[in-house]
Design a protein around this ligand. Structure first.
Ligand code: SDX
Length: 434
């Protein structure tokens, strides 16, 4: 990665009667940044930004979000155009390489990914060690981290060839691992990936085929799955991507870094929101119960939040939620479950929330997780699998961001500081005197 930030004047900080000039830098689009890398050396002070609401942790050229406009670009291409006109394998190539592939480049990339989808034969022993009722995200964190135990020939992060092989292995094997986590939880035999199938169809077959009969897939559902993968592929410096970057900054191997991203994504405030949003719709149960839950969501003393609403960056409609809602309707139509009561509750809840002053003032719009749960449930996935599918799709984004970090000449180990408000120095008191 080549650093392309452009100097754009200075910002002056005056503190304790002393003024300091801090460089301002501009990117191609989006907010300028104040470069504070020398702030502590110059002033002896830290900045304070829990949750990093005003902090750019890195320079990146992969994904751009404009929260006010509701814009999301992967390498400059709008998410709705990619969802409508591209496919997940092509989006993987775009995120990793920065440009859309030629037909030869696509063919080679797609061929490689199809042929890395199998797992080491001993890998399947791992699943046997888990309880059948283990949460599949627990299985994902454990097994993806263990890939380093099987593929240590591609863990040297300083070798570009090893980085490429590890990246292809993770993109290709994530569906196989995810499908195995699901099959294991329902006590069905594992289904092997097939090289002649496209990525999404291959994954659906590994999840829903059984040896007792021929599997008949649905092109509409495979296309919907592929689109859902595209929507979830990357999203700038979100919590799990920042986790991957921080883990990678210490030089940890790529499998361990992606496993750390899966762990972070699991949280209900992040990737776990799709599971939490569907459970919330179940809890609300019917349209007449919605006002009670909207009141709870607005009550400062009530920890309840409308899962699938709100976003740290989007203060406008999440552009992915628009595509997700259309895909949701297509899937329900294909499956003949248009009158799913959960969809009725979701659509009425969205309507009420978008008209309610509290949500309007706080700019709380439905995010990608609001409709994904209904769609995935209709496709036959249990709720616990929803975040697994999010992790499957986000693997390419994590890898693209990790690669950019490793190749960034300005990157160093991430090591934030703190504002310390604990005990000041004091002498030890012997137990006999306490
Ligand atoms: C993802 O970062 C990414 O890019 C993530 C993601 C990705 O692709 O990687 O987009 C995926 O994680 C989407 C978000 C999924 N999470 C949820 O749907 C969970 C419900 N949403 C909230 O928990 C919340 O909106 C967050 C976590 C998403 C954002 O939280 P922020 O930016 O820290 O905002 P906040 O918690 O400070 O909330 C601002 C105000 C607060 O009220 P006040 O204290 O100012 O009075 O809005 C309120 C909050 O109480 N609020 C909500 C709400 N979300 C925020 N009130 C009710 N319901 C909600 N959902």
């Amino acid at each position: 990665m080549e650093n392309k930030a452009k100097p754009n004047g200075t910002a002056t900080l005056t503190v304790n009667g002393q003024s300091y000039d801090l460089p301002v830098m501009s990117g191609e689009i989006g907010p300028d940044v104040i470069d504070i890398r020398k702030l502590y050396a110059q002033t002896g002070m830290f900045t304070f930004d829990p949750g990093f609401t005003s902090t750019a942790s890195c320079e990146s050229q992969i994904t751009y979000i404009d929260g006010g406009e509701g814009t999301l670009l992967y390498r400059g291409y709008p998410i709705d155009q990619l969802a409508d006109q591209s496919n997940f394998m092509e989006v993987c190539y775009l995120l990793l390489h920065g440009e859309l592939p030629s037909s030869k480049e696509f063919e080679d990339f797609d061929w490689t990914i199809r042929r890395h989808s199998m797992l080491h034969d001993q890998f399947d022993q791992f699943f046997r060690g888990f309880r059948r009722d283990a949460h599949p995200m627990a299985i994902m964190v454990g097994t993806v981290g263990a890939l380093a135990a099987f593929y240590h020939d591609s863990t040297d992060i300083n070798d570009p060839e090893a980085r490429t092989i590890a990246s292809h292995r993770m993109i290709a094997k994530m569906p196989t691992i995810a499908a195995r986590a699901y099959k294991y939880s329902i006590g069905q035999p594992f289904i092997s990936p097939r090289n002649e199938m496209d990525y999404a169809s291959n994954f659906l077959r590994q999840c829903f085929a059984v040896p007792a009969e021929d599997y008949k897939g649905s092109d509409v559902l495979a296309k919907a799955m592929d689109k859902i993968f595209i929507l979830h592929a990357d999203h700038e410096q979100n919590a799990s991507t920042s986790t991957v970057r921080l883990a990678g900054s210490s030089g940890a191997n790529p499998f361990a870094c992606i496993a750390s991203g899966i762990a972070s994504l699991w949280g209900p405030a992040h990737g776990g929101a799709n599971e939490a949003a569907l459970n919330m719709l179940y809890e609300i149960g019917s349209v007449d119960k919605i006002p009670e839950y909207v009141r709870k969501a607005k009550d400062k003393d009530d920890p309840f939040r409308l899962m699938g609403f709100g976003h740290r960056v989007y203060k406008n409609y999440d552009p992915r939620a628009k595509v997700m809602r259309e895909t949701c309707h297509q899937v329900l139509d294909e499956l003949g479950v248009r009158n799913d009561p959960l969809l009725q509750v979701a659509m009425e809840l969205e309507k009420i929330a978008l008209e309610d002053d509290y949500f309007v003032e706080k700019k709380l719009y439905p995010n990608i997780d609001f409709y994904s749960g209904i769609t995935l449930k209709a496709m036959g996935f249990p709720t616990e699998m929803f975040t697994v599918l999010f992790a499957l799709a986000r693997t390419v984004g994590w890898i693209a961001q990790w690669t950019e970090m490793v190749e960034d000449p300005s990157q160093k180990i991430g090591r934030p500081r703190q504002l310390f408000t604990g005990a000041t120095p004091r002498d030890y008191v012997d137990l006999s005197k306490r």
